[in-house]
Ligand binder design. Structure first.
Ligand SMILES: [Zn+2]
Length: 334
């Protein structure tokens, strides 16, 4: 089975993309700069790693690497001198200095075999000047140097960087395939699995993490308090639960619930993410118009942005301010 030999049995949705990309290399119809647009939680780094193993292997066997040669051994131990990954940590930023470092590396002769790989695992983590410097490198790269870049930005806006790369879109697997994958991971509550998948735009890995990390219980608890606070027309009741931990995630859940209310407003019941929270969704969609729902999402998004981007902000105060603002928007207070 191909799935076994290319080490992607864990993430079966990567097998086809792997085959497609390797095929492009085999028929020499690829590009030195390869940009993958995708969402988090599909295992795209694993995909790049497997493609890199193949590119660096000295004794390939069709679409597989040999796993035995010196290059394969070095990749296995994570020490290949021609494999350079950047942005592997969460808060790492790529600056012009990193691009200079990359340039130094690629203009030297490969240490093993003939290929060299530069992997930038999140282009949103690059400064503007780093992107500009990289553009110059991509204009005339040395032979046998392969760039892999990942873009997690779901907006369709493409930069000059995109125009210099071959773009590949890695989409989430079909919902039914993800559901059977989650079932195979011993997650047997189908309803829960489906909601988790929809919260994470169809990403099976993120859905699994959501369930295993106990976030499901946290979400239910938040919505329970939320419903009570709505009934009492006192949103401040959710302040403690909102500020104690996972604040950003909880804001995302509230926004998704509001999106659901908009969906229901337009009669799209089948597309709901939080279909277990119909009482809350119905409350919003029957009492408020599209404009108010949209405005609610907007203020939450703004609050979320400020929480993430203003250093040493008093988050509890900010949340309090947001909840009071929201009460006004929802006409709880006049
Ligand atoms: Zn090999």
């Amino acid at each position: 089975m191909a799935s076994k030999t290319i080490h992607m049995k864990r993430y079966p949705w990567l097998i086809n993309p792997y085959k497609i990309i390797i095929k492009q290399h085999q028929i020499k119809k690829t590009h030195h700069a390869f940009l993958i647009k995708t969402i988090k939680g599909l295992g795209v780094c694993k995909l790049i790693l497997e493609i890199s193993k193949w590119l660096l292997c000295n004794h390939r066997n069709g679409i597989k690497c040999c796993k035995k040669c010196h290059s394969c051994q070095l990749m296995l131990s994570g020490n290949h001198p021609d494999w350079h990954q950047y942005i592997s940590k969460k808060d790492e930023i790529i600056t012009v200095n990193h691009i200079r470092e990359i340039n130094e590396k690629i203009f030297k002769y490969p240490k093993q075999g003939k290929n060299k790989i530069i992997f930038l695992s999140n282009i949103q983590k690059m400064t503007e000047s780093a992107k500009n410097a990289l553009l110059k490198t991509l204009e005339e790269p040395p032979k046998n140097t392969w760039f892999f870049l990942i873009d997690y930005n779901n907006l369709r806006v493409n930069s000059t960087l995109h125009s210099r790369c071959l773009i590949y879109i890695l989409s989430p697997p079909l919902e039914k395939n993800s559901l059977s994958w989650l079932k195979n991971q011993n997650l047997l509550n189908k309803k829960l699995n489906l909601i988790a998948l929809r919260i994470y735009q169809g990403s099976p890995i993120s859905a699994k993490k959501f369930i295993n990390d106990g976030l499901w219980e946290e979400r239910n608890n938040l919505f329970l308090y939320f419903l009570k606070s709505i009934k009492n027309q006192n949103l401040l009741k959710i302040l403690p639960i909102l500020s104690i931990k996972n604040t950003i995630l909880k804001i995302d859940w509230i926004c998704l619930l509001l999106f659901d209310s908009i969906q229901l407003y337009f009669n799209q019941k089948k597309k709901l993410t939080n279909f277990d929270q119909l009482e809350l969704i119905q409350f919003f969609s029957s009492n408020y118009n599209y404009f108010t729902l949209h405005q609610s999402i907007y203020t939450w998004t703004k609050c979320r942005y400020r929480l993430l981007n203003i250093p040493s902000i008093n988050s509890e105060l900010l949340l309090l301010e947001q909840l009071l603002k929201w009460e006004k928007i929802l006409s709880f207070v006049i």
